[in-house]
Design a protein around this ligand. Sequence first.
Ligand code: DAH
Length: 357
Amino acid sequence: MEILPLHSIQNIMSLNVFDNLTALKEEISSWKPNDSEALEIFRIRFIGTKNILKPLMGEIRNVPNERKKEFGQLLNEVKDLAETVFQSQKEIFDASNATGNSLHLDLTAPGEPVDIGSRHPVSITMNRIIKIFDRMGFVVAEEREIEDDWHNFSAMNTPADHPARDMQDTYYLRDNSNMLLRTHTSSVQARIMMSQKPPIRIIAPGRVYRNETISARSHCQFHQVEGLYIDKKVSFADLKQTLLHFSKEMYGPHTKIRLRPSYFPFTEPSAEMDVSCFICDSKGCNVCKYTGWVEIMGCGMVDPQVLINCGIDPEEYSGFAFGMGIERQAMMLYGIQDIRLLFENDVRFLRQFTSAR
Ligand code: DAH
């Protein structure tokens, strides 16, 4: 066996001591306690009065002079590391105990995925409509769903004997009550005209209620978007251009519109607006019932009597208004066959819709 000179033996010993310290340092850095027992074992091993770092101090004797400083520094580093790691793991441990979670909380573990959900198709459709009118300078106005008879009907020029007032259509809060669930968003027109001076340019989205039999095609609650524009010299041509622009933005640049004469108590003249069928490109399908047109909204010039009712002088101002249902548009856009799906909140149905809007 080869006999090593003394200084070589010292070098090997000191090398071992350095290796030992480096190994301990790695052990400490990657240590994670599973329970309070492991925490205590670590404390005894590295921090307690009989910790294993202490005897290593004595090893400094065997370290060559030129490396003594390096050894001292490394030893201190390992001691400090043990203290810090112990304290931080203990804090994590105490915190998880305080929350009743006795399991070790691993902050480095990947998080639980957050279920972010998706927007409701009615909201997506409504937001698209609002955005288009927003770009034309219409401001969103939101109002109450529980209305009084005056704002919902009288102000909107709906005479007391009008069929729309019939108890069968309207949900009154009590028999003979003056309060009701609004049957249309046109009530917002009255609220805004009573509280603001022209020029007025609003878009009013919201939920409305009608006492109707629930079926695949109709529901007792649905959503509308109302528009109102009052200023000096507003004409029917303004209404037509506004609605044409809206239709092209909503249903594509090649969309055509047609206005059919109609009747609403609050507009004169009144019209029903159809757009060329965007499903079949007006070739004929079951959505447009082979006519090439689909009905989207009611509209017209605000009846002068409505302006008077709401304190606006019809000699000075004129305006147009329109109102459209959302559900039917959402159903056409997404090919939904049954309106009830929109109110059941079945996540298997809702998950199919995604939108950044
Ligand atoms: N309020 C009407 C409805 O619920 C829709 C409507 C038609 C609103 C014509 C209007 C309008 O503002 O001018 O059927």
